[in-house]
Design a protein around this ligand. Structure first.
Ligand SMILES: NC(=O)c1ccc[n+]([C@@H]2O[C@H](COP(=O)([O-])OP(=O)(O)OC[C@H]3O[C@@H](n4cnc5c(N)ncnc54)[C@H](O)[C@@H]3O)[C@@H](O)[C@H]2O)c1
Ligand SMILES: [Zn+2]
Length: 740
């Protein structure tokens, strides 16, 4: 049986639940080996044959069947299991206290319901009206490790395995630089530190680049990278993989430990074991709900994958009272984010002529839900991408949709092949015009052998003449095709050279039609600059971005002279847009086209009625300064701080870059603080910010000084607010969404 195919087949059949006892038994019998097979691949090889949501649905269906029909509960059911079997190639390690799984909450109400169960479980223990505090941490997507330190020295590292018995991976873990071989401070005489080994996104991408250069198959995702890197027989392989680690708890210990989970993690951090800075303690479940939801919206700002937030009862004595069910503690729950990957069938590979004339492969998929959005098309990037992953038509493929990024095919599920899949062959002719295409040496994209694509030019003319661009009356798709086919228009400036003599011989053109078109073209010489800019069809320059650019630059020449940095400084312009604009203006052909537009009397200046950006109030205390907030400030909430900073002429962005002028750090400031230090961006605490805002201090007092040593007082009950979006990555997403 092929597990992945069987899984997809079952997904269509698990709801509604079976009506008869026999049907339920038959379905359970089908589900068991599938769930078991998916779990084995996932835990043992770090391989996701289906997306997490797809897995969770199958697992949930089996669990529900077993709950509704107790007779179906078999001792070997995968619903009773944690993780996967330990591999024989490693020594086995029995965990003195099992490593468990976690119950899931898929939304705020699930989380509230869990808290209600906690309250019930603590009935008689809690004081009148007491609400037990909750600790929350990010749920990092890697694999669990138990690290035993004796007299402060790392003596053993084990995987979770099936929860009771794991694998001894000590030699491999010793090579993980992020982990201390000897603990600092005064740790207990013997202690088991528990946490997640994971691979950073950047490490994963670099690794995949190396693998590709060596002609090896890239890995599917960072989790796959972490699991594969750790379970190597040769520790030198692990050493080269740059794994990271974050502790999230402590197992059995001999010696004193604090009475709260959050304080235990502080202690672990003081021993020198990395602990995620992105954690918090809350007085009540509503604040925890906010924390979870805020992180769901900003998971992309991290250099590592998280698949949720883990919420735990903070007091360890309460944890003890609550205890556990078969496979998970009652005192903790995983708030799961929507999955970003799913498996589905690749029906076809189409090719589209992109805006810039290159030919892009596009995956046509059996529609599949990825994190609440139905995806039926996804990018395959380019021919190299397809061949290096050996994606074949008919394959089951993993599709990823993350944030604002266009859905992409990650790779095939090779195990699911049945031999009918067709290997990929790049096209030799353009799907739009039939002209021959090829890939030049050293390039990944296919292009026309001889210059531009007529089909592409037709689209460019159509776009140029469209209502929101130059609005050329009477120039629609049909005429665009005609003008290009007859060779009258070889590029956009040619439009402005058209004469009555050119047009009269064309089929269907009479005096009146010719006059209309020429009048329309004449009028289009004097449009606002933003519309011309939009009409040029520069990638990522939609209408809004075009207006923003023109508001800051009074002419096309000024825009052409702007550097990427200057462009990025504009609100609403991110690095992708800036790079695209700079690239467009540095292309010789485009520069010639601009000259020809000028010669033909086309307006290249900002018109008096176009919006102009107001110059910053130079006298405002934070005029022109880009500020990043991190951690929890002692008195101001994030939104309050943002409003005040903006009122003082500053701008608040979500991540630290070279453009950042000032970082304001509070309690539990995380990676942004490290980034600021790395880039030499000055960092201050809230008191200094307040002094700047009310004018008792000036930027000059702060900026040249060494980083502030102010300490923000601890504040348990603080909820993190979502960051503000940084400059948009452009409005258009290529042809992918529009082409449906
Ligand atoms: N795609 C598939 O085919 C497939 C197959 C099997 C399982 N899965 C996925 O795996 C998950 C179930 O796996 P599980 O049983 O390991 O449970 P889990 O991943 O839901 O939760 C337990 C694990 O979370 C990790 N964790 C990360 N941060 C933590 C923190 N701050 N505190 C405590 N633990 C933390 C630990 O490693 C712990 O072992 C499900 O989400 C499921 O979708 C997917
Ligand atoms: Zn073509």
């Amino acid at each position: 049986m092929d597990v992945a195919r069987a899984a997809l087949g079952l997904l269509d059949r698990i709801s509604p639940p079976p009506a008869t006892e026999e049907a339920a038994a038959a379905l359970a019998a089908e589900l068991r080996p599938v769930v078991r097979g998916l779990a084995r691949a996932y835990y043992t090889d770090g391989q996701s044959l289906v997306g997490d949501t797809q897995y969770d649905r199958l697992f949930g269906a089996l669990r529900d069947l077993e709950a509704a029909h107790p007779a179906l509960r078999t001792p070997d059911s995968p619903t009773h299991r944690v993780g996967g079997a330990p591999l024989d190639r490693f020594e086995k390690v029995r965990h003195p206290v099992p490593l468990l799984s976690l119950g899931n909450a898929f939304d705020a109400d699930d989380l509230r319901a869990w808290y209600e169960r906690v309250l019930k479980g603590l009935d008689g223990v809690l004081d009148e009206g007491e609400r037990p505090a909750l600790a929350a941490e990010l749920k990092i997507d890697g694999l669990a490790l138990a690290l035993t330190y004796e007299d402060g020295v790392l003596v053993r590292a084990a995987t979770r395995g099936n929860g009771r018995v794991g694998e001894d991976v000590t030699p491999n873990v010793r090579t993980v630089r992020a982990l201390p071989l000897r603990l600092a401070d005064t740790p207990p005489a013997r202690v088991e530190v528990r946490g997640e080994a994971y691979m950073r996104r950047s490490t994963f991408e670099a690794l995949n680049e190396r693998l590709a250069e060596a002609g090896e198959k890239p890995l599917a995702n960072p989790r796959n990278g972490a699991v594969g890197s750790l379970r190597q027989l040769d520790p030198t392989v692990t050493a080269g993989r740059g794994l990271d680690f974050w502790a999230y708890g402590v197992g059995p210990a001999e010696g004193d430990l604090p009475a709260r989970h959050s304080a235990v993690l502080d202690a672990v951090a003081s021993w020198g074991v990395p602990v995620s800075p992105e954690r918090a303690v809350f007085d009540d479940v509503e604040a925890a709900v906010q924390f979870c939801q805020a992180w769901a919206g900003r998971r992309d700002s991290l250099d590592y994958e998280i698949d949720g937030v883990v919420v735990k009862v903070d007091r360890l004595d309460y944890q003890g009272v609550l205890g556990q069910v078969a496979t998970a503690p009652r005192w903790a729950v995983a708030f799961k984010f929507p999955a970003r990957e799913a498996t589905t069938r690749l029906l076809d590979i189409e090719h589209n002529v992109g805006r810039t004339g290159v030919i892009k492969p596009l995956a046509i998929l059996d529609p599949v839900d990825v994190g609440g959005v139905t995806v039926s098309k996804a990018t395959l990037h380019n021919a190299d991408y397809i061949t290096s992953r050996d994606v074949r038509r008919g394959d089951l493929v993993v599709v990823k949709r993350a944030g604002d990024v266009i859905p992409a095919v990650v790779g095939p599920v090779v195990e699911a092949r049945d031999g009918t899949e067709e290997p990929y062959a790049p096209p030799t002719t353009c799907p739009a015009c039939g002209e021959p295409v090829e890939r030049a040496e050293g390039e990944v994209d296919l292009r026309h052998v001889s210059g531009g694509c007529p089909a592409q030019l037709t689209r460019a003319v159509e776009h140029f003449a469209s209502r929101n661009a130059l609005d050329v009356d009477g120039l629609g798709k049909k005429i665009a095709v005609l003008l290009v086919e007859t060779g009258l228009v070889g590029d956009l400036p040619d439009l402005y050279a058209l004469t009555a003599e050119d047009l009269m011989p064309l089929e269907g053109f009479k005096e009146k039609k010719v006059q209309n078109l020429l009048t329309g073209i004449e009028a289009a010489r004097h449009r606002p600059l933003a519309r011309l800019l939009f009409g040029l069809g520069i990638r990522h320059v939609g209408e809004t971005v075009a207006r923003d650019l023109v508001a800051h630059h009074a002419s096309l020449d000024a825009l052409a002279a702007a550097t990427g940095e200057e462009l990025e400084a504009i609100d609403g312009v991110g690095p992708v847009v800036a790079e695209s604009v700079v690239a467009w203006f540095s292309d010789d052909e485009n520069r010639r086209a601009v000259e020809r537009l000028r010669e033909r009397g086309v307006n290249l200046e900002r018109l008096p009625d176009e919006p102009v950006a107001t110059p910053p109030d130079e006298a405002a205390p934070l005029a022109g300064v880009t500020v990043v907030l991190t951690g929890t400030l002692p008195t101001l909430t994030r939104p309050e701080a943002k409003v005040q900073i903006e009122a003082a002429g500053g701008k608040v962005t979500g991540s630290v870059s070279k453009k950042t002028g000032l970082v304001v750090a509070g309690e539990a400031a995380g990676s942004k603080l490290a980034k600021a230090e790395e880039l030499g961006v000055p960092t201050v605490g809230e008191p200094t910010l307040l002094a700047l805002l009310d004018g008792t201090a000036t930027l000059a007092d702060v900026l040249p000084a060494p980083p502030d040593a102010e300490e923000a007082p601890a504040d348990d009950a603080a909820a993190a607010a979502p960051p503000d979006d940084e400059g948009g990555a452009g409005e258009e997403q290529g042809d992918l969404f529009g082409a449906a």
